[in-house]
Design a protein around this ligand. Structure first.
Ligand SMILES: Nc1ncnc2c1ncn2[C@@H]1O[C@H](COP(=O)(O)OP(=O)(O)OP(=O)(O)O)[C@@H](O)[C@H]1O
Ligand SMILES: [Mg+2]
Length: 211
């Protein structure tokens, strides 16, 4: 990891063809060690902003700077997987894609499952996981290859309060190890556990600017 790592937006605004401008004049700079909650009402553009930060979506206006960021980990809002494959398979997969052997990948994958208290479910089929387990599996899969930038979309929608706290604690711990962690959420507990809050509602266009 690079100490000078940074993710920044410079006067970013976004709209999709056929939508109003979601947010504008967004200038943020995020460095390693930070956990940042991206908040705001449903539809305000939280998931879209994460895609823009990852480079998957090109902003309608402005630029995104990713300095020193190699690997990006992404935990999706809606858990998805291969029903017949085990939880462990899902976490091993990105490591195999990175060129590791299964033998080398498995302990690292188990460690990632362990971070989210999922070792017990390693051998279970994805189809048999509960909603909260599947959601934690997405987190384990996103962190297993030790990304520089971890983007997490609504990680706690299906979790109880105690699990929310432990997930938040793990995300803070990963940030402490030098990751940049950004979490889209409307859960107050998750938001409060982050060091910084970006409220996208503050960047919504006002009045006729959006007509
Ligand atoms: N590819 C697309 N084309 C057109 N509109 C889109 C596209 N992707 C998202 N949108 C719209 O842009 C808006 C922002 O979507 P986004 O998923 O970023 O919201 P969100 O803040 O993450 O909401 P939620 O809290 O419900 O997850 C929504 O109105 C959505 O329907
Ligand atoms: Mg979303």
């Amino acid at each position: 990891m690079d100490d000078g790592m940074v993710v920044a937006t410079h006067d970013v605004a976004h709209r999709f063809p056929g939508t109003d401008v979601l947010f504008e004049h967004l200038n943020i700079t995020v460095r390693p060690g930070e956990t940042v909650a991206v908040c705001g009402p449903s539809g305000c553009g939280k998931s879209t902003l994460l895609s823009i930060l990852a480079g998957w979506e090109k902003p309608w206006h402005g630029t995104v700077e990713r300095h020193g960021i190699g690997r990006i980990g992404w935990a999706f809002q809606n858990p998805y997987g291969v029903p017949e494959r085990t939880a462990l398979d899902h976490v091993v997969f990105p490591l195999l894609a990175k060129g590791m052997t299964r033998r080398a990948a498995e302990p690292q994958a188990m460690e990632a499952l362990g971070l989210f208290d999922l070792e017990y479910a390693a051998g279970r089929r994805f189809a048999d996981l509960s909603g909260g387990e599947a959601q934690r599996l997405m987190l384990a899969r996103a962190v297993c290859a030790r990304p520089d930038l971890l983007l997490v979309d609504e990680p706690t929608a299906q979790l109880d309060t105690r699990t929310v706290h432990s997930v938040s604690h793990v995300l803070g711990h990963l940030a402490g190890q030098g990751m940049i962690v950004m979490v889209a959420t409307h859960d107050p507990d998750t938001r409060d556990a982050c060091r910084r809050v970006i409220d996208l509602a503050e960047y919504a266009p006002r009045g006729e600017a959006n007509a």
